[in-house]
Design a protein around this ligand. Structure first.
Ligand code: TXA
Ligand code: MG
Length: 353
């Protein structure tokens, strides 16, 4: 079905103090949200495009602003636990325990949806994904808007998620009513998503909250095969977002597993013209190709924070072919690996076995 075209909007910028945002500055954006407008705002994970979850036209507008497939459901962002009770029709004890431990924070869970959640929000599923973000700007904005806020990442569908207001401007200028600049996002990758409606519970998208942390509460948590692999063409995706191409810069990326020396020998043997390398900090000076770095080798949190800006930098450098150092997939590294694997359309080479 062709996407309806996005109507032109006069996008206004609001600059706020990320840790103590001034209510008077946020109020116009909150009023706009309440009345059905679209507002890009910072969260601790990535920037989101917000719309009032209870305003069906605003929710539809998000899909056109992003160019997002209609069957890809949205995460509902809340500022208080009461809102969870309005959105979900059944809340198991584990959900309360998980919310106590991981909210506010980079953690999303899916539950059976209540009748307040429209089919536009849930992408036609019978479940709803809910998250309580910790970023002071996000929390204040949601409270002021007086309603739960659906917020997909504030990028055009298919481009890397935005971790700065500049990324939002590049993708969404003229497509949203406000962009709130609250500085760079501290986590840098989207929230961990788990399904509490499957048996056993299932990790759908890795993020800063790791499977090891979740297993303290959900010992039988399964990791969906789509986290580290490609879904077969005919498989139904448990999370519709999994089946779409994601985080993809324009270049053809290949992920290379192995040591730095193996990587350098492989890449420098026959570098195709115009190739770039995506490497760890301090490695560019030891390479003879142009490089973009995405954090120190041993620090997956720093890699998470840097990755999406690095993918955008590859586009800015007009990279056509990119060789990327594969991260360790331990802890938060699983989320870094998951995003890079998708950016590489699952192209991987193992030099270490
Ligand atoms: O960190 C985040 O989660 C960011 C910030 C803005 O909060 N938001 C975000 O939203 O990443 P989005 O729409 O870009 O990604 C949401 C993912 C998609 O892959 C979608 O398919 C999945 O969550 N999802 C949403 N509702 C779901 C549901 N009911 N069941 C399964 N998956 C769901
Ligand atoms: Mg997204």
């Amino acid at each position: 079905m062709p996407q309806p075209t996005c109507r032109a909007r006069d996008t206004k910028m609001i600059l706020v103090n990320p840790s103590a945002p001034d209510q008077a500055l946020l109020q116009p954006a909150a009023d706009c949200l309440r009345n059905g407008g679209l507002v890009a705002f910072p969260t601790e994970t990535v920037y989101g495009i917000g719309a009032n979850a209870y305003h069906p036209q605003a929710v539809r507008d998000i899909f056109t602003a992003k160019g997002r497939p209609q069957d890809n459901p949205l995460i509902v962002h809340i500022a208080a636990l009461d809102d969870l009770e309005a959105l979900a029709r059944e809340i198991p004890d584990e959900a309360y325990l998980l919310s106590k431990r991981f909210w506010p924070g980079p953690f999303t869970m899916t539950l059976p949806k209540s009748s307040r959640v429209t089919a536009e929000v849930s992408g036609g599923l019978d479940t709803v994904a809910v998250r309580m973000p910790s970023h002071p700007v996000a929390r204040r904005l949601i409270r002021l808007a007086g309603a739960p806020v659906v917020a997909p990442s504030a990028n055009l569908s298919g481009t890397p998620s935005p971790t700065t207001a500049a990324h939002c401007i590049a993708d969404l200028s003229g497509r949203v009513d406000y962009i709130i600049d609250g500085g760079p996002c501290s986590v840098g990758l989207e929230s961990t998503v788990i399904s509490l409606t499957s048996e056993p519970p299932r990790l759908l998208r890795p993020g800063a909250v790791t499977p090891e942390e979740l297993r303290e509460f959900l010992p039988n948590l399964a990791v969906d095969p789509a986290v580290t692999g490609r879904l077969p063409e005919d498989a139904a995706a448990p999370s519709p977002g999994m089946k779409y191409k994601h985080y993809a810069p324009k270049a053809e990326i290949t992920l290379i597993h192995g040591s730095f020396d193996q990587f350098r020998a492989f890449v420098q043997n026959q570098p195709p013209k115009g190739a770039l390398a995506l490497v760890f900090d301090s490695e560019p000076e030891r390479m003879s190709l142009p490089c973009v770095a995405y954090g120190p080798e041993g620090d997956p949190s720093a890699q998470a924070e840097a990755l999406f800006a690095a993918l955008r930098a590859l586009d800015d450098a007009d990279a056509k072919v990119v060789y990327a150092r594969a991260p360790s997939a331990e802890g938060i590294g699983l989320a870094v690996y998951n995003r890079l694997l998708r950016a590489a359309s699952f192209r991987e080479i193992h030099l270490n076995n």
